[in-house]
Each structure stands twice: as C-alpha cells, then as structure tokens.
Design a protein. Structure first.
Length: 570
C-alpha cells in the first residue's frame, strides 16, 4: 500500500531469517478508506458524465443492461480516447438469480485481411501499418454488442436510453485537464491522418466545452433505426466509403456480416471465491485464472502486501501464465483452445514446480507449458450494479489511444486499431510488447486476441465484486492484484483499487513497478535473486473501476485516482 508499509515489508523479508515475527505491523491499524457508498445501484466509469447517465437510466426504471448502453455511448461522447462506436469490447454479467453469461463484441478482421498483410516483401513487419491509418481497423462490434445485450435483458426502449447521450453530445462536455493533455499529445498525428481541419485536430483546452454535433446526429439515427443503422444503413455506408478513400479494406459486406456472440464465461474457484471472467477471444479469464490458481497454494496474507516474497510468487505465476497465453490463445471460432486443461489444478501445480524462492526463473527457460489438446493502455472499463442485483463488468476499447487516429468527421467518432492485437508475425512483439503465435495469426473474419478482463467475483455464493480496467497487457495482472488486495489483505474496494501495482508478462523478462511500489530495499532483495527490474519506467498499471457489495448489502465504488474515474450511485 503506502511506501512505508512496502519498505517495512521488504525490510522484514531481509531480516526474515533473524526474526520472522518482526514482520507483524507495529503500527495501529489506519482507518479504512472507503469509496462512494450507495444503497441501490451504482456505475463506476472513466468519466463522471457517463457514470451519472448510467445511474439516471436506472433511476428511470432501466436495469444494468439499459445502463450499459447509456454508459458505453456516453463514454464514446466524453472519452473518445477509448470510449467508442468504432471499436469493440466484452461484457460479463451475473443476474440477480445467479445466472451468468457474457457477450463478445470484439472486432473482427475484414474479409480481405490475410495472414501477412502487415509484412513487407522480405517478411518484415511494416512499422505502424497495424496501428495507424485505415488498414489498422477491425470491423467494429460495439453497436452490435450493446444492442444485443439490451434487447435480451434490458427493460427500456433504446430511444429513451440514448436520448440523454444525444443531448450530451449536442450540449457538450467540459474538457478535463488530463483530457486536454492527451488531445494535445495526439493533435499532430490526428491532423496528419485526417487533415488539418479535422474536429479533434483543433486546439482543445481544459475547461472548453466540446459539442460533437456529428456524433449527436449519428446517435440519433442509431436510436431511430437500431443497430442496423450502423451495420446496414447510412452510418455504415459512410464509414465504409470514408475508410475506402483512405486505403482501408472494410466492406459493406463485412459490416453486414458482423454479429456479437454470447459466450460461456470462464469460471474458476480461488479459495472460497468463485470468479467469473471473459473467455477467449479474450485471454483475460484464462490468464487471470492461471495466475490466481498458481498462487493459491501460497500463504500470501502472511507474506505481506507487495512484500518481496509476494512480488516474487506473483511474478513467477504471471510469467508462466503469459507464456501460455501467448501460445495457446486466440479466437475459439478458429483455433482449439484447451481452456479446461490450462486451468487444471494439477497442470498449474506442475507449472510452479520450477519456482525457486531464492532465484528468479528466466523467461527464456519458460516456454508454453505442455498441455493435452484433444492480446494500450488505452482501453476503458465500467462496472454496473442495478437495484435488482444484476451485475455487469464491461471493458471496451479502440486499442491504442484514439485507436487508429482515423476520425470520421462526418460521423463523429474514431476508428479502432485493433488489428495490432493479432500477431502480425510470430515472435514479433505488438504495441504492448506481447509476442504472439500461430493461434493469434490474422485470418478473414477472425477475432484478435484480447487481454480485456471484465470480471465478477462471488463470495459465499453471493456477488461480491465487479472489477476491470484498461491497460493493454497489464489488464490481467491489475485485475488479479485488485482481487487479491481485497480478499487476502482485507482492503476496502477503494483501497484495493488505489494500492500500487506491478506487472510481468513473460516477455520482455522484466518486472514493471508503479511509482511508490519499488523502494531500494525491495529492489535490493529482488536484484539479489536475479529479477530483472525495469527501473526506468514507472507507468501507471491499469485504472480500475470496481464495485464491492458490502456485508450490509450496500455498494462501495472503487474509482481509480490514477485517472479521472468516478463512481455515481443512489
Ligand atoms: N486492445 C487491448 C486488448 O484488447 O487487450
């Protein structure tokens, strides 16, 4: 948690051989820090306006699925960094009656996509082709996903749900200081891609009001004509024409063929918890399952939060899980994925047999495990709980910040650069440094592997936590640590979200620490054991939005102060 506590834990470990009991905290317990408490319903998202609109819809009689549609579109208006119509995502739900499920609205490779489309004549990856410009986009899934989910489980007319979002786009939202910095940071590239006059190429300063009239009109047509407006109507035709003019390959047939898919979530136990998370084509559920089950046999609580011993055990589990992720996982509609085998207790036990508490494992010594066969940081997550007890964890993305930077001025939104989540070439890292294999190679109509990890956790058979985060490849490890913070270290939801995090993803073989996580003592212990520490970089790791159901049934929001996340509730 705070630096002094980490230093104390690390120092304790150094002296472990001398006096193990000295690791007990000598200080009185600090008062717990709680997030927003609500009696009935809550939304926690990256923007206050989006959280409030979701809550407003529930106060008007809508449920979590109505709030999902409103929140997701409000993020598209106020948080174009990652909120989107031109991207995709995943939602995991648990109804009040215990029914669980998930919807996959991940982007798909266009029909004209092919395995080597980002390679030059010598077989080398062409820089930026999969990250910037019209060729970087997959076929968007967001509108299909929110309409499919709302039609099946929601209660209100989509027109009623979307009206406050249309009003928001028309009346405008105020640019925050962080947002002004981000917009300034990409202004040149947005102009380069879309021309000098493009909407987000203008200078937007903190405190300015952005009124996105083109997006208001797009949303109005979608509210009137439904999801087909995006996939078969005027909006879709304009999207295809715009991308075609820029050298893109998404066709009207690609849009017409797009369907969101209901999938069985990945469900596993961690001690007394039942964790429900996203199945492939997201690697989130399988990989967080592998990490948590690999550390389950260890007494993490007695090690101390972010102590050297704790960092070691978790790092070794992360290393092994990411090696499997990158080899085995891809779109289940195209590749066979041994999900049960990868989550098998005995298999995971055998994976940790090479763990040596005195010496770091080298990633070069860890390949994928042998099991029997018969996916920027720039995503966004929101968590919703309605007054009936229905819970939704939703993570949605354009991939990179403002996606491919292609902005459809006539429609009011950015397009994704999700094609970079495929492995353009086996063994060559993508923008997150993730090394992919054949299972995640490009094929027409295939979904690219993701790391998004929208997750629900039951405790004693009741819903306990709704959790998720942006963070590219660090999503999985940030969600795992948030769950462990609350469960193993008894943190409140807000504390669990705020606690400093670290990350390892097999390759590159290095442990990444947030600022205030790594002090000189911890560094000394880990380097003595040959851990490779990325000392130069201390980025934020995730930006978690979570909800915890408290013992009295009230809801506690965990809104990550690393960014401008906000909880709203009633
Ligand atoms: N584009 C980030 C992810 O899907 O993991």
């Amino acid at each position: 948690m705070n630096k002094s506590k980490i230093t104390r834990s690390a120092a304790c470990l150094l002296g472990l051989q001398l006096l193990i009991f000295s690791c007990q905290s000598p200080e009185p317990q600090q008062e717990s820090k709680r997030g927003l408490i609500a009696e009935n319903a809550m939304v926690v998202s990256a923007r206050e306006e989006a959280s409030k609109i979701g809550v407003e819809i529930m106060q008007k009689g809508g449920n979590a699925f109505d709030a999902m549609m409103a929140t997701e579109m409000a993020l598209a208006v106020t948080f174009p960094f990652a909120g989107n119509l031109g991207g995709g995502g995943f939602a995991v739900f648990r109804m009040a009656n215990g029914e669980t499920g998930s919807i996959d609205y991940r982007e798909k490779a266009p029909g004209a996509a092919h395995r080597d489309m980002y390679l030059d004549e010598n077989g080398n990856v062409i820089p930026e082709l999969s990250t910037k410009g019209a060729l970087a986009s997959g076929v968007p899934g967001t509108i299909a996903g929110i309409f499919e989910a709302q039609a099946k489980y929601g209660k209100l007319d989509p027109k009623e749900v979307l009206q406050p979002v249309i009003d928001l786009a028309r009346n405008g939202f105020v640019v925050s200081p962080q947002q002004a910095d981000r917009l300034a940071g990409i202004r040149d590239v947005v102009r380069e891609v879309n021309g000098e006059e493009t909407f987000y190429g203008k200078e937007w300063n903190a405190g300015d009001t952005i009124k996105n009239l083109a997006l208001a009109e797009t949303l109005e047509r979608i509210a009137k004509n439904g999801r087909d407006e995006f996939y078969k109507g005027e909006t879709g035709h304009r999207l295809v024409a715009h991308l075609r003019d820029m050298g893109g390959i998404i066709t009207e047939e690609d849009l017409e063929a797009y369907e969101a898919v209901w999938r069985e979530p990945v469900i596993f136990n961690y001690k007394e918890l039942r964790v429900i998370s996203m199945a492939p084509p997201s690697s989130g559920g399988v990989t967080i399952g592998q990490i948590l089950k690999m550390v389950e046999p260890f007494d993490l609580k007695s090690m101390g939060h972010n102590s050297a011993e704790y960092v070691q055990v978790l790092t070794e589990a992360m290393r092994r899980a990411y090696a499997d992720r990158n080899y085995y996982l891809g779109d289940p509609d195209f590749v066979d994925i041994p999900v049960n085998e990868l989550l098998d207790r005995e298999y995971l036990k055998s994976r940790m047999e090479s763990f040596n508490p005195d010496l770091a494992t080298r990633s070069s010594d860890i390949a994928e495990g042998s099991v029997l066969f018969a996916e920027s940081m720039e995503t966004t997550h929101y968590s919703i709980m309605d007054s009936d007890g229905n819970a939704l964890a939703v993570t949605t993305t354009l991939n990179g910040a403002y996606g491919s930077k292609v902005y459809l001025d006539e429609l009011g939104f950015f397009m994704n650069n999700e094609m970079d989540d495929f492995s353009s070439k086996a063994g060559v890292p993508n923008m997150f440094g993730l090394i992919g294999a054949e299972a995640n190679s490009i094929a027409p109509g295939k979904r690219m592997l993701s790391s998004m990890t929208p997750t629900l956790v039951e405790r004693d058979g009741k819903l306990w936590m709704i959790v998720g985060t942006p963070g590219g490849s660090t999503i999985i490890t940030a969600v795992a640590q948030t769950i462990l913070n609350a469960y193993e270290f008894d943190m409140t939801m807000q504390e669990a979200v705020e606690a400093p995090r670290f990350h390892h993803q097999w390759l590159p073989d290095q442990v990444l620490f947030e600022e205030n996580t790594l002090d000189s003592t911890l560094l000394q212990i880990l380097t003595a054991k040959k851990y490779l520490i990325n000392e130069g970089r201390t980025p934020i790791i995730g930006s978690v939005d979570a909800i915890m159901v408290l013992p009295d049934g009230k809801l506690e929001g965990g809104a990550d102060p690393r960014r401008e996340n906000k909880a709203a509730g009633y």
